[in-house]
Ligand binder design. Structure first.
Ligand SMILES: [Mn+2]
Length: 320
């Protein structure tokens, strides 16, 4: 028997979900199954093709639903889990008892662990640290801005690796997490030698943001276009300016120039704006607490002008 397990790629929760599901499947369904993994990513085109479901059993964890008759297991916790109302109706009509959705769960990893225990009598206490960290990371329940910026905990170091390395190594990680405790995998040399150069690059980005960021009246802003930095850890602005409520940054990549707007979850002053609503007015979007507006790569001046307007709006009515 061969199990094809499709997981949300380059995502700590996706990888942890795949590891927990593997342990559950081998313990409760088929101890002799061979498991093959493949990542799923949010792309502009079709997300699935039938050829992906090439196992005797096919499972998806931490990713959207597919109505394929070949899909035998499904777990997701995203609000937008269905590509169409027809897909949702297909899921609701399912009678296999092997497809599960809970948009209230903060991580798919803890959702799988709960269903495995309540529905199938499977529990493995050695998975507790993996489940706990998937909750912290996927729900962004950090204790401070320093925690995700300083990356001292091995679990966060593993997160950094998962977000940046090739799928082949990520599949090796899933296999290790399915057999060994999180700490052992995260502190192992295979993970650590990939983490070290990522940490060096992350620290350079941190110093660049520290140098360029300017805080005034409740909002910090910086422009990384000339630095050629496409992205940054979103907690860096709140680490270098803990007094800020908002952050507005301009970056340029190969495919777009982007304004990233965020709010500081550790801010001394409450957020007063819905960031998605502001970004939507300029053709962008997001959530109440974080959003973005994208432009063509050469529209840097336009992006800078819009960033200035957004900043002015966020600073309006600021009181010390
Ligand atoms: Mn997730």
């Amino acid at each position: 028997m061969r199990l094809r397990l499709l997981y949300h790629g380059h995502c700590f929760d996706g990888v942890a979900s795949a590891a927990v599901f593997t342990r559950f499947y081998l313990a409760r369904v088929d101890a002799r199954a061979s498991v093959a993994y493949a990542p799923l990513l949010h792309t502009a085109g079709a997300l699935f093709d039938e050829g992906m479901f090439d196992g005797d059993e096919n499972a998806i964890v931490d990713f959207k639903y597919s109505p394929s008759e070949r899909l035998t297991w499904w777990f997701d916790h995203h609000q937008s889990a269905f590509l169409s109302p027809q897909d949702e109706a297909h899921f609701r009509a399912d009678s296999t008892g092997k497809k599960f959705w809970d948009p209230e769960s903060k991580s798919c990893t803890e959702f799988i662990a709960r269903v495995a225990e309540e529905g199938f009598g499977f529990s493995d206490p050695s998975l507790a640290p993996l489940i706990g960290w998937a909750h912290t990371i996927d729900g962004a329940f950090y204790e401070s801005a320093a925690q995700p910026v300083e990356l001292r905990e091995p679990a966060l170091q593993l997160m950094q690796v998962i977000e940046n390395v090739d799928d082949e190594f990520i599949e090796w990680v899933i296999g290790e997490l399915a057999r060994h405790p999180l700490d052992e995998v995260a502190t192992g040399e295979e993970v650590q030698r990939r983490f070290r150069p990522l940490l060096a690059r992350h620290r350079e980005t941190l110093e660049t943001v520290r140098r360029k960021a300017a805080y005034e009246r409740g909002a910090v802003t910086f422009d990384l276009v000339d630095e050629g930095l496409e992205g940054f850890n979103k907690f860096i602005p709140y680490y270098v300016h803990p007094e800020t409520t908002y952050s507005v940054a301009v970056t340029r990549g190969a495919y777009r120039t982007k304004i990233s707007v965020g709010s500081n979850p550790f801010s001394p002053r409450p957020r007063r704006h819905n960031i998605a609503s502001i970004c939507e007015r300029y053709g962008g979007g997001g959530h109440a607490v974080v959003g973005a507006v994208s432009f063509k790569p050469d529209e840097v001046e336009r992006a800078r002008r819009v960033a200035g307007e957004i900043l002015a709006e966020l600073r309006e009515g600021f009181e010390e």
